[in-house]
Design a protein around this ligand. Structure first.
Ligand SMILES: Cc1ncc(COP(=O)(O)O)c(C=O)c1O
Length: 379
C-alpha cells in the first residue's frame, strides 16, 4: 500500500468536513432552500476577498474567470499591459490577444518579481493603456508579485483597471482587494479554498462595472453583468454547482473559525519552514525574489533531473508535488503548502525529499532538512 499525499499547488487536499458536507443529497438550484446557501457563499467570499464588491461565482476552472475578466471590460483594440513572469502571466497575454486586445508585456525573468517602478514607467508612457494584468502568485515560478505596491501605482492612473489573478494566492497571502485598489480579482476553488476543481470567483469594483457598460465584446456564458443581477437574487445564471457551493460554505466556515490573520500566518510559517529546510539541505530556491506562501519552487541539484525528483517523490513515496513547466521543466520541482496544510505536510514532504535525493546520489545527512523544518515550526 502507498498512502497518497497531495502537495501540489492545485488541486489541493479537501478536508473531511468539506467532503462530508458535499455528500448530502443534491438540492435544486432554484428551490428556496438554495437561496440562503448562495447568500452565505456570497458574503463569505466578500470576507475572504476583503471587499465590499460583488464576488461572482462561476462554474468553471480559474481560467474561465480570467477569460471573463478580459471580455467583460474591454473592447477589441484596447491597449493593456501584462506582467509576464511565468506560465500564468503568459496566459493573460494569450487570453487578451485572443479577444483582440493590444498587449504590451512587461517581461520579468522567471524567478523574479516585477518592479513596481517598471510598471509605472510603462503606464506613464502611454495614457491610452486601459488595464494592468498580473498574477499575485505566479505558480510556475513560486514568486509573489507585490500587489500592494502595484495597487499604489495603478491608483495614479484613473483610466487603468487593476486586474489580479489570485487563483493560487488567495487564502495563502493577505490580499486586500478594496484597500489596495484591485478592480478585478480572480480566485479558483481547487487551491487555497480546499475544494475540488470547478468554481471560479471574480470580484469586480465599481470602476470596473462602469467600464463594463461600454464593453462590446461578444460573451454569453461569462456575462458578468447578468451574473451580477442574478447574484443579487442569490442565484446564478445557469445551473449552480450546488455541491461545490455547499462545500465552499463549509470551507469558509473552517477559515472563519481559524481567523483570516491566523490563516495567513499559518501559510507564512509553512512556507518559511519549507524554504529554510531545503536551503539547509544545500538546495537553492528558484524564486530569487519574493517567494510565495503558496508554493515553493526548488532548483534540482546539478546533475539531477527535476522531473525525476518529482516522479520519484510520487512513485516511491506517494507524495504528489509538481515538476517545472516550460523552460523550468527538468530544472526545478515544486512543493505546495496551500489550503488544508499543516506542519506535518511540510515535515513529510521534506523527509521524503531527503530520501529521494539520497537515493539519487545527492550527498545529504538524512534528517537535516527535517530538523530545520521542525525548528521553525516550533517557533
Ligand atoms: C496563478 C494561476 N493562474 C491560473 C491558473 C489556472 O487555473 P485553472 O487550471 O483552474 O483554470 C492556475 C492554476 O494552476 C494558477 O496557479
Amino acid at each position: 500500500m502507498l498512502k497518497r499525499f497531495l502537495l501540489a499547488p492545485g488541486p489541493t487536499p479537501v478536508p473531511p468536513e468539506v467532503l462530508l458536507s458535499m455528500a448530502m443529497p443534491i438540492i435544486h438550484h432554484r428551490a428556496p432552500e438554495f437561496l440562503p446557501v448562495l447568500e452565505s457563499a456570497k458574503t463569505g467570499l466578500q470576507w475572504l476577498f476583503q471587499t465590499k464588491n460583488d464576488v461572482l461565482i462561476l462554474t468553471s476552472t480559474g481560467t474561465g474567470g480570467m477569460v471573463g475578466a478580459v471580455n467583460n471590460f474591454f473592447n477589441p483594440g484596447d491597449k493593456v499591459v501584462v506582467v509576464n513572469g511565468g506560465k500564468f502571466g503568459e496566459r493573460w497575454t494569450r487570453i487578451a490577444q485572443s479577444y483582440g486586445l493590444k498587449v504590451e508585456e512587461i517581461l520579468v525573468d522567471w524567478g523574479y518579481a516585477v518592479k513596481p517602478g517598471a510598471v509605472e514607467d510603462v503606464l506613464k508612457k502611454d495614457p491610452e493603456i486601459k488595464g494592468l494584468f498580473v498574477q499575485a502568485t505566479e505558480t510556475s515560478t513560486g514568486v509573489y508579485h507585490d500587489i500592494e505596491s502595484l495597487g499604489k501605482v495603478v491608483k495614479r492612473f484613473g483610466n487603468v483597471l487593476f486586474i489580479v489573478d489570485a487563483i493560487s494566492a488567495l487564502v495563502a497571502q493577505d490580499i486586500r482587494t478594496d484597500e489596495w485598489g484591485i478592480d478585478i480579482m480572480v480566485g479558483g476553488s481547487q487551491k487555497g479554498l480546499m475544494l475540488p476543481p470547478g468554481l471560479a470567483f471574480v470580484s469586480v469594483s465599481d470602476k470596473a462595472w462602469k467600464k463594463n457598460e461600454s464593453s462590446k465584446m461578444p460573451r454569453f456564458y461569462f456575462n458578468f453583468k447578468k451574473e451580477r443581477e442574478t447574484l443579487a437574487k442569490n442565484q446564478t445564471n445557469f445551473t449552480s454547482a450546488v455541491t461545490l457551493i455547499i462545500g465552499l460554505n463549509e470551507a469558509i466556515k473552517m477559515l472563519r473559525s481559524e481567523g483570516l490573520e491566523n490563516v495567513f500566518l499559518r501559510h507564512a510559517r509553512l512556507a518559511r519552514a519549507t524554504r529554510e529546510a531545503v536551503k539547509s539541505m544545500g538546495l537553492s530556491l528558484y524564486s530569487k525574489e519574493s517567494p510565495s506562501n503558496s508554493v515553493t519552487a526548488i532548483e534540482a541539484p546539478a546533475g539531477i533531473d527535476g522531473q525525476a525528483i518529482y516522479k520519484n517523490l510520487r512513485e516511491t513515496y506517494g507524495i504528489t508535488g509538481a515538476g517545472g513547466q516550460d523552460r523550468a521543466k527538468g530544472k526545478i520541482f515544486r512543493l505546495a503548502h496551500l489550503g488544508y496544510a499543516d506542519s506535518f505536510d511540510v515535515i513529510t514532504a521534506i523527509a521524503a525529499l531527503e530520501m529521494v535525493l539520497k537515493e539519487m546520489g545527492y550527498s545529504i545527512q538524512l534528517g537535516s532538512g527535517v530538523a530545520k523544518a521542525q525548528e521553525i515550526l516550533m517557533q
